[in-house]
Design a binder for this molecule. Structure first.
Ligand code: PMP
Length: 388
């Protein structure tokens, strides 16, 4: 008995030592480095060379309402939406921003009433993207203020509702939840791409839709997003916000992004030129499918956690029928563990607590988009976590 106690003790010490030596795995941010390998395999096909004399002017297209939008980038955006079928672009205004983060602020400015006696409430159903409350309130605007969980919003007053679909953090498809008719809706469709979820047979056609290269192609560092807007006055005011805050958006970024979006579309529409490369959304779909399988296996093994289940849908873009495989895992610590973030931090896995998303700390959000080796280390470590 003593010997087996000693063995158990030695084994436990070995585990603790391994844990102490183990590297920290940071999955707190949704940094999309997973996409690096695909673009690396493209070699020079997406390389953009810009001579020093080019693109000196502030202006891109003086005939466009959004005069700092590069026509090449605008065309590439339209081509991509036509290819995927995820959003209507005909008779719509496109406004470019430094990431959709910039556009989110531009929209708040553009849609808030200017003559109201108090700031308009900005709400979103919990769990909501953790940056929304921070961005809404950090400058203490007199125009708008964070109003919290949209499901709890019962005031009979004007409001702005953010509808994120698929949602960050839990990956579910969403509809507006406030049941009043004087609301302004903003649809954040950052993840409405066929590697994450099935694309519906009718393209999204909301008043204000936000997209970003960060989560579509993975080029978060390019810092580019675009808004598709129905109403001319709103598009004008958003443009005004961007002019006042940054006098436009980097042309170098837009040209690089234009090239990447064109090549992406070419991988689907001109397969013959890409014998060595898979089409972008096939590659990224397969990668996400493998990662979700690997994650679900690890969760199954450990028995301490649970994940959301998603219903199957037929994707009008790929023809595949599949359940969503979101960019984040919304993981719940089952049993006694009340603070899932610190529990995982103890195992050197950094995640973001549910409390930042207006939810219980029994949940954490975990990025599914790191490089391969980090994701493998993560699932390995997760599957080994048990009650000991
Ligand atoms: N909206 C949602 C729902 C997001 O998850 C993110 C990125 N985490 C953004 C907007 C911001 O993206 P960008 O990099 O374009 O600023």
């Amino acid at each position: 008995k003593n010997a087996s106690n000693r063995d158990a003790h030695v084994a436990k010490r070995a585990i603790l030592e391994t844990q102490a030596l183990a590297e920290v795995i940071d999955l707190d941010h949704g940094d999309p480095t997973m996409y690096e390998q695909y673009w690396q395999q493209m070699g020079d096909k997406t390389t953009v060379v810009i001579p020093g004399w080019k693109f000196i002017s502030y202006f891109s297209d003086v005939n466009n309402l959004c005069w700092f939008l590069e026509p090449e980038f605008a065309n590439a955006i339209i081509r991509l939406h036509k290819l995927v079928g995820n959003a209507v672009t005909e008779d719509r205004y496109i406004v470019v921003g430094t990431g959709s983060t910039h556009l989110f602020q531009a929209v708040l400015y553009a849609v808030s009433p200017t003559n109201a006696s108090e700031p308009i409430n900005v709400v979103s159903a919990a769990p909501f993207y953790s940056s929304y409350p921070l961005i809404t309130d950090f400058l203490k605007s007199g125009l708008y203020k964070w109003g919290g969980d949209a499901r709890e919003f019962k005031k009979n007053k004007p409001y702005i509702e953010l509808v994120t679909s698929p949602n960050n953090p839990d990956g579910l498809s969403r509809e507006p939840v406030v049941n009043q008719n004087h609301g302004i809706l903003i649809h954040d469709l950052a993840y409405y791409w066929p590697q994450y979820t099935s694309i519906s047979s009718s393209p999204a056609d909301h008043d204000i839709m936000l997209f970003t290269v960060s989560k579509s192609t993975g080029h978060a560092g390019t810092r580019l997003g675009w808004a598709i807007v129905k109403n001319q006055e709103i598009a004008k005011k958003m443009t005004e916000y961007i002019v006042l805050s940054t006098i436009g958006v980097s042309k170098e970024s837009q040209l690089r992004a234009a090239k990447i979006l064109q090549v992406l579309a070419d991988t689907h529409e001109h397969r013959n030129n890409f014998k060595e490369n898979e089409a972008f959304f096939d590659h990224s779909y397969n990668l996400m499918a493998r990662r979700w399988k690997q994650l679900r296996d690890a969760v199954e093994k450990s028995k301490l956690f649970s994940l959301p289940e998603f219903i199957h849908g037929k994707c009008a873009f790929s023809g595949r029928t599949f359940a969503s495989q979101p960019a984040f895992a919304w993981l719940k610590c089952e049993g006694e563990t009340e603070d899932c973030e610190s529990f995982l931090r103890h195992h050197k896995i950094l995640t973001r607590s549910g409390k930042h998303f207006g939810e219980s700390p029994q949940y954490v959000r975990i990025s599914i988009l790191p490089r391969d080796e980090i994701f493998d280390q993560f699932t390995d470590r997760l599957s080994g976590i048990n009650f000991s």
